[in-house]
Each structure stands twice: as C-alpha cells, then as structure tokens.
Design a protein around this ligand. Structure first.
Ligand code: 6GP
Length: 826
C-alpha cells in the first residue's frame, strides 16, 4: 500500500525487478510458479504442453530484465535505429535459442529432472514459428540475432501471420499442404499490446484543396480501415544482456461485428467485414522467389509497413522530435521489395500529415530507406498493376507518379534526347496493363541498393538495374549474406562446438573468423579422428530423428549427400535426381556392382509452392524414385533416399551437422546467394556446386581442392541460350544421359505408368529452362571425383576441417558490420 508517508515507487527509475536466481533452485521455484499461477495447474496434473508453456515463460523471466534494460538504454540514447522491414521471419524454435542466450541450458536440464521431467521432451513440444518461406525469411532471423549480439539498436518489423508456411505431407508420393496452426497450443514467446493499436486505411479517394497561402494540400479520404495490434518478441543477443525487439503486427477489424445485422439473424453477414479485415494477417503467402500479384498480398505489405512507420514516428521517437532529423535516428532496411510501399507512405506522412514541402520530404525520405535485392529471376521482381494500387492506395499512387515525374526529369537532364532510356527507367511500366515496378521505386527512393553475394551484386548492376547503376554508380554495393553461428553451429552442433572450443577457445561464437585457428588441426590425426567421430554421431542423431519423425530406416555408414532448400526449377533438384537415377542404372545394368560403389544416402528436404505445378511433379518423382531404390534388394543398400516431409528450421538443425556433401547446384546466374551452402560448409560438409551465388566466395575461401566445382559459368550459360539451347542435342550425344532419362521416363519408378513421369521428362527434353541436361555430364564427372575423394577418408576429413576453418567469413555478424559500414552509417 502506498500511503502518504511511504515513498512512491518509481519502477522506471528503479529498473526492472530481479529475475529468478540463476540456480537450479531458483529455476525450479520460478517454473513451479509459472505452472501453478500462470497455467493454473499442479505439476502432478499438468500436460506436456502446460510444462512447455511454463518452462518457456520461466526462461523468459530471465530475459525480460535485459530486455527492459536495453529498451530504457535505447530510449535515453540517441543512436540510430535499424528498422528492419521484412514480410518474413523464419525464426525457428525459440526455447533452445533462449536457453543458449541466457546460459540456462544445464540449469534448466537439472531443474526439469528434479521435477521429474525431461527437458528434451519439452523442447520438442514447441512448434516453430514458420513465418517465412525460405532464404529471405531465415536471413532476416539471422540478421536480428546478430544485431542483438552486436548490441546494435534494431526493431524488426513484420507480420504476425496466424498461419505460417504450410505443413507439408506426402500423399501417394505427392505433396499435400496442411495449415500451420502454430499458435494453437499457446504462444508463450509473445507480448501482445492491444492498447498500442494503429489504424491503417485503405481505398477511397483523394481531395486536393488550396490553403490560405495558396499551397495545394491533398487529403486522402479512405473507404475502410483495419487495426494493427503489435505483438512483441524478444531477440536476445548472445550472452551480452542486450535484447532487441521484433514487432509483428496482427490485423483486427475496427468493429467486431454489425450488431444490427446480427440481431436480424444474418450471422455470416454480421461478421463479414471482420473476417475481411482479419484476413490480412491470416496466412503467409507460400511463394518463394515469386511475386504474388494478389490484392491481399498488397494489403499485407501496406498494412505492416504503415503500422511500423506510424509506430516508429509516433511511439518510438521522443514526443517533440524534429522530423527533419529523422535520418539521424532511423534507417529502414527494405528486405526485398515487399515493404517498398513504405517510401510513398513516408512521403505521405511528411507532406500530407506533417506539412513538409515536397522537396524537403523527399530528401528526408531517401535518407531513411535502403533496399536489398534478393533475386536475379526477372519473374521474381514485383510489379503492381496501376489499377490495383490506385484502387487500394489512391494517394500512394499519386505520390509514386510525382516521384516518377521528378525522377524522369532528372534522367532527361542527364541524358538529353534519350527517350528510350526514359521509358526504360520509368517506375511505371507501360503496356497493356500499366504497372508499378517496385524495384525501381526502391532504387530511386532509397539511399543504397545492395545484392547479397558478389556475383549477384555484379549481375544486379549489369543486368537487372543497369541504367540505374550507370546513373548512380555509388549507390550500389554488395553485402554477402551470412548465417548466425549461434543457432547453426553452436546450438545445432554441440559436439563440434565443444571440439572447436577445446581447440581454439570459446570466443569464435561471436568472432567467427577465429575458426582460422583450426587450420593446423586439419593435419593432426588425433583431431581428425575426433572430428570424424562427431560427424558420425551427428549422422546417428539425424537417423534417430528421421526414424522417430518419419519412420525412415537409414544405413549407419554411407556418405550423407544432402540437398535441402525450396523446390524450384532453377535450384535443379532434377539434376540431383538424374544423378541418383544414373547410379541406379549403373547398378541394375550390372556396370557397377553394389560392393564397388561408394554407398550414399541422399537426403532431400523441400517444399513446393502449392500452385507450382512443375515443382510438385519433381517432388512426386523424387519420392517415386526413392521408394523404388529403397525397396530394391538387388542393390544391397548401396543407395538409399530419404525425403522427410516438412523440412523446416528445426529439421535443418539436425540435417546440417550430419551432412558429408552439400548440394548447391543451381544454374549459374540464378541463385542470388544461398545461405544453406554456408551452414553446411561451416559444419564440415564439402560442397559440390556451380559457380553461382555465394558458392563462388565459399570456393575462393576454402580453396579449389576442398570444393567440387562443375557446370557452366554464368556467361557460358547466357551464350548457350543466345545460341539457341537445344536440350535434345545433349540427350542425343551423351549415352549415359540418354539411358538415365529413358530410365526415368520408363515407368519403372511410377508403378509401370510411364505417363506419370512424362511432365518432367518431356519438359527436360524440350525446354529445360535451367539447362540441367547441359550440365549433366560435368555434374556426373564431379560426382565421380567426390566418390574418389570420399574413399580416402583421412583426406576427406582434412578437407572438411578446412571448410570449417575457412568459412568464418559467413557469419551474419560480419554481414551486419558490412551493412553498418556500407549502408546504415555510411
Ligand atoms: C532468396 C534467394 O533466392 C537466396 O539465394 C538468398 O540466399 C536468400 O534470398 C537470402 O538473401 N530470395 C528469396 O527468398 C526471395 O523471395 C525475392 O527473393
């Protein structure tokens, strides 16, 4: 009770209350409190889910103090904040990460044992938040991890999808999709703040009036609106007490339902507008590297960007902040084009709402944004029909037109008389359907543009945005992607992590270049033996997991050859499939006896976008081929294929540490970077790969002797296409390719039905847009080199160790420092 004589407690000044004691007793006490008072159950009556939720909340208690403290520190200071705008965050499980960040792993383990519980079982209860598709979303998760570890102020902004990436199952070898209801058993990691709701408007029209000073003022009169409710998630740095925030927005109707209609008995109609509004954050679009020209998708984009900008300007900045100084306090990093509508939105805020003159607002806006492009596929560059954008966001379309007019004046001035260039560079693509090119808007409206690996950044300048890089050469830069060593080495591979730490000490976890110190150990026979033992243990851990999870039985000793990533034709899972079929052909034709073959286990993991026909055909054939091979007794287990359904971050953490061979086999010039390639190399897999994306940089670092290169280079592939690529010619001239494709098309893998493999086989023979047939021979030869290398297990292990030692560059901590140097604080 606060009485007149008692001092009034000021919780802000005093800081947060202490977390529970960092001891087993303290942990048990906090856990039981959470279970009893949070979950409302006794330990003796609790379910696994109760226990998991209480455990999560307990670990969170230890983090919250650091979070509140970090927040207070950030508010007092005036450091520039990174506003990472991303439609996707593929976070992976939170509990393991939180245990690692707080050094609570052993304490929690012992505390659970004292309660008669098994920590591993509780950890397995967590459904990972799959709020992303693949590389782009996982990169965002790695980046926010690194920023917290570097103690750089960052707010990650995104969408709290009620349903994340679909759960994949296989029915008769074909992919079927099940909704991912990741919230259904409770969501202990989030802090909802309904009182901080933001109203987001859509539709309607604009009105321009002239004020007393004769200035034109435009107002937007929207037709409908929704509320954005922020949910906060903690992003802990690695053992540094710094905890940043991820702020994900959930859509809520401004009015729950129409009471009058409800009373009249039309219940469906009464909730119609609610359903409509709340659909905005209902589900993640499951497309990867593909734009979705869907109205709901544009609604999602504007929704989260509008909420985020509003939140930053109205709630994060001090109340009387002078917006002319906005670029000193924020840089919004655009994770691909999905949040680019933020550029006209900030212009609208400054000009329409805050009374800025256009030119001043434009100078501010350009300093507040920077754009990362994650693709080279022309079809993956987002464009929005003018009609749609104008209908949904009429004021934004006007602003985009004005940005474009001013910009094209600049182009005309720089290149007098070059009308063709003006047409090429216009934000508005003319044609039967006029459309807004979002990558152009991002390039014009941002201070920097970056690609995600050296090769892609070069091709981005030369091929995707050549006119822009000519106009503004200094605007373009490269920042090679990275991955967090915490989750993907320290946490996912505890045995290797311990081995490394024993050799070179523990600080590599936050300074990955220190892995260089492992190089001499590659020549140490004792170390190699330990390294091999770790690899074998990781394989067995994976096989146990696949047995429990998917009922798969895999041989203990075989080369583990892994291809995990989204299913996309350009990534060429088909090429891998052709390799497998060719080996099978070697065996059943008697060319090679099972005993003479280097036994391999092939592991695939891949989701196809539900509407991507060819990708789904490829999944079907991988499963069909895999089943046939696994069941064929003649080959004596020389080959086996595993395609566990629903590859996700959680499974990746088991697969990556176990792999011997990493398949990075996209057609050169198509994979922007890849990040799986980095995770595998860091965990001591050797790569077989094309000269594409970050493979180029991996190879340069690990050395040609420790990397299996094959395939066309990007210029060669371009030349071949220009010369008129004819896959049939390769089929005719290479007997092994002919036999392989014929076998694949014969029906032996598809229950005697040759037509079932026809869509893929015919596509390869007649179109083959990603030149799998052209690279087949070179790929096979490289795989033969792999076999030879693998037979010398000592030399192989040496290479594997060198891969670990030389890939410290690919830490996302380094990527973040590069962004700070070249973009955010440049
Ligand atoms: C992906 C790229 O395909 C991949 O190569 C890269 O590693 C990753 O982004 C992170 O930079 N791109 C996408 O997922 C995407 O949707 C529009 O691009």
């Amino acid at each position: 009770v606060v009485g007149p004589t008692m001092p009034v407690r000021n919780p802000v000044a005093q800081g947060p209350v202490n977390p529970p004691a960092h001891t087993v007793d303290g942990f048990v006490e906090a856990f039981l409190r959470e279970l009893n008072f949070g979950q409302g159950v006794l330990l003796s009556r609790s379910t696994v889910n109760d226990q998991y939720l209480a455990l999560a909340r307990t670990v969170q208690q230890y983090l919250v103090a650091g979070w509140l403290e970090t927040g207070a520190r950030r508010r007092q200071g005036d450091r520039k904040i990174i506003g990472y705008l991303s439609a996707e965050y593929l976070l992976g499980r939170q509990l393991d990460n939180a245990l690692m960040a707080t050094t609570l792993g052993e304490i929690a383990e012992e505390a659970m044992t004292q309660c008669g519980l098994d920590l591993a079982r509780l950890r397995a209860q967590e459904i990972e938040p799959g709020l992303g598709n693949g590389g782009l979303g996982r990169l965002a998760a790695c980046f926010v991890d690194s920023l917290a570890t570097l103690d750089v102020p960052c707010i990650g902004y995104g969408i709290r999808y009620e349903y994340g990436i679909f759960r994949q199952t296989f029915v008769d070898d074909r992919q079927a999709e099940v909704p991912d209801s990741w919230l259904s058993l409770g969501s202990p990691w989030e802090f909802p703040h309904p009182e901080r709701q933001v109203r987001v408007a859509f539709g309607g029209r604009t009105e321009t009036t002239t004020d007393e000073q004769g200035r034109e003022r435009t107002t937007w009169i929207p037709a409908w609106d929704v509320l954005g409710i922020p949910y906060h998630y903690m992003v802990p740095g690695y053992r540094n007490g710094s905890v940043n925030t991820l702020r994900l927005w959930s859509a809520k109707a401004t009015q729950a339902f129409d009471l009058q209609i409800f009373n009249s008995g039309d219940y469906a109609e009464a909730v119609r507008s609610q359903t409509f509004a709340e659909n905005i954050s209902k589900v993640l679009y499951p497309e990867d590297s593909t734009p979705q020209g869907k109205e709901l998708r544009l609604q999602q984009q504007y929704f989260f960007v509008a909420c985020s900008l509003h939140d930053f300007i109205e709630n994060t900045l001090p109340r009387d902040f002078d917006l002319r100084r906005l670029p000193e306090r924020i840089i919004f990093q655009l994770n691909d084009t999905h949040p680019v509508i933020g550029i006209p939105e900030l212009m609208r805020i400054l000009v329409d709402l805050k009374g800025f003159e256009w030119d001043e607002a434009w100078d501010i806006t350009r300093e507040c944004f920077a754009y990362t492009c994650h693709t080279l596929l022309p079809e993956a560059l987002e464009v929005w029909p003018v009609e749609l954008l104008g209908r949904l966001l009429p004021r934004h379309l006007e602003i985009i037109y004005r940005i474009n007019d001013n910009f094209l004046d600049e182009v005309r001035e720089a290149y007098p008389g070059d009308a063709d260039r003006v047409r090429r560079m216009s934000i508005i693509a003319e044609g039967p359907q006029r459309a807004v090119r979002m990558a152009y808007l991002a390039t014009i409206g941002g201070s920097r543009v970056n690609g995600v690996a050296e090769l892609q950044s070069q091709l981005l300048r030369e091929k995707v945005l050549p006119d822009f890089s000519e106009l503004w050469p200094d605007k373009f830069t490269n920042i090679t992607n990275g991955v967090t060593p915490r989750r993907f080495l320290h946490q996912a591979n505890p045995l290797l992590s311990t081995l490394i730490t024993e050799a070179i000490g523990p600080s590599w976890v936050t300074d990955l270049e220190q892995l260089r110190g492992l190089e001499p150990y590659a020549d140490d026979a004792g170390f190699r033996e330990q390294f091999q033992a770790v690899k074998q243990a990781n394989k067995e851990r994976l096989y146990r997991e696949l047995r429990a999870r998917d009922g798969l039985e895999l041989p203990r000793h075989a080369m583990l050859d892994v291809m995990v990533k989204r299913l996309h034709e350009y990534k060429r899972q088909t090429l891998k499939l052709l390799h497998i079929v060719s080996l099978y052909d070697d065996l059943i034709s008697g060319d090679v006896s099972p005993a003479d073959m280097v036994s391999r286990t092939f592991v695939f993991g891949a989701k196809a976008a539900p509407g991507y026909y060819m990708a789904k055909e490829i999944i079907y054939l991988i499963n069909s081929v895999g089943r046939t091979i696994n069941e064929d007794k003649r080959i004596e287990g020389a080959l086996s294929v595993a395609f566990p359904a629903n590859y996700n971050v959680t499974l990746a953490e088991k697969v990556v540490p176990a792999a011997d061979l990493s398949e990075q086999i996209s057609l050169a010039g198509k994979e922007a970077s890849g990040t799986g390639n980095m995770k595998f190399a860091l965990n001591g897999a050797l790569t077989i790969g094309t000269d594409d994306g970050a493979n180029v940089e991996i190879r340069a670092l690990v050395g040609d002797d420790n990397f299996f290169l094959f395939g066309l280079t990007e210029p060669e592939a371009e030349q071949l296409r220009a010369d008129g690529y004819d896959p049939k010619a390769f089929y005719r001239s290479d007997e092994k390719l002919r036999r392989t494709l014929d076998l694949l098309g014969s029906g032996i893998f598809t229950g005697g039905d040759a037509s079932a493999s026809a869509p893929l086989v015919q596509n390869l023979l007649h179109d083959d847009p990603f030149m799998a047939l052209a690279d087949f021979r070179s790929y096979l030869d490289a795989q033969t080199r792999v076999d030879e290398a693998y037979r010398d297990s000592d030399a192989w292990t040496r290479s594997a160790i060198l891969n670990v030692a030389r890939t410290g560059f690919f830490s996302s901590d380094r990527s973040m420092r590069d962004y700070l140097d070249r973009v955010w604080l440049a």
